[in-house]
Design a protein around this ligand. Structure first.
Ligand code: IPD
Length: 265
């Protein structure tokens, strides 16, 4: 894609995120149909509805680009370009009427002939918080922006002055494995926050509100857009592939306090 096409793709992703965001705003306090439920997770009919809406909009603008989303794939997701979408990130918050959830859309391009996640890089990232009307955007090699204004990660050098966010994923095993880090960071950082939307946590790192975000097992659609936004804001974003469908261990920081976190995965 040339620069002009990338700009068109960014505009299409923003429009699709706004359409889904409108549905989220309208439904925040409405009763919601639950499709699936487990001890630490909820899947809503609205997740599916929002992904279909995003899919329709993106497909209309770019019919040849496939989509890999939390609610399934459409098209051949090993083609040269693909959208990576989380229609509602922070579903449990949203299901409970907590207005801290977002839409996350990334465009990825494949740089080799192989087809694994590692062969793709994220070219565009869009995150929309429909409840605060905050829109984060980034294009590879450009600055990260919040509502059009250029943003940077924090400059904090000392964990003792930092606010760190941690995610617990969805399984008992991951919860157990993440708790020791929570205990250790709670004693060493100024504050630890568990906010329930990985994409928004990454957007907050990019904006300098949080100094780092860590999650031991997360899916590509939760972090693809946010990872690029953190990098374009001058931060550090690291993912380690895990066994499972597009699963990763992930650490994002302001690029300064990484070692002090003592994350050993
Ligand atoms: C989840 C949220 C949560 C994180 C989970 C994600 P979802 O995404 O981002 O904060 O801890 O790992 O799966 O299910 O709300 O889209």
């Amino acid at each position: 894609m040339n620069a002009n096409e990338l700009k068109q793709a960014l505009a299409a992703a923003v429009a699709a995120a706004q359409a889904a965001g409108q549905v989220m705003r309208r439904n925040l306090n409405a009763p919601k149909k639950i499709n699936e439920e487990s001890l630490h997770d909820i899947k809503l009919e609205l997740d599916v509805r929002c992904q279909k809406l995003i899919q329709r909009k993106l497909h209309r603008a770019f019919p040849k680009i496939s989509l890999l989303g939390e609610e399934g794939e459409s098209g051949n997701v090993t083609t040269e370009y693909r959208w990576v979408v989380d229609p509602i990130d922070g579903t449990v918050n949203f299901a409970h009427g907590i207005p801290h959830a977002c839409v996350s859309i990334a465009l990825q391009g494949r740089s080799t002939d192989a087809h694994s996640d590692a062969d793709y890089s994220t070219l565009i990232g869009v995150i929309l918080d429909p409840f605060t009307n905050e829109l984060w955007t980034a294009m590879r090699n450009g600055p990260a922006r919040l509502n059009g204004r250029i943003i940077r990660v924090s400059q904090r050098k000392d964990l003792g002055h930092s606010v760190i966010s941690i995610g617990f994923s969805k399984s008992k095993l991951n919860l157990e494995r993440s708790l020791p880090l929570l205990c250790s960071l709670s004693r060493r950082a100024r504050k630890v926050r568990i906010m329930g939307s990985a994409a928004l946590a990454l957007a907050y790192v990019a904006t300098g509100r949080l100094d780092a975000f860590i999650e031991r097992r997360i899916s590509l659609w939760d972090v693809a857009a946010g990872g690029l936004i953190v990098q374009c804001a001058g931060g550090n974003f690291r993912m380690k592939p895990l066994r499972g469908y597009h699963r990763y261990a992930m650490v994002a920081t302001n690029g300064v306090i990484g070692r002090q976190l003592r994350v050993n995965w």
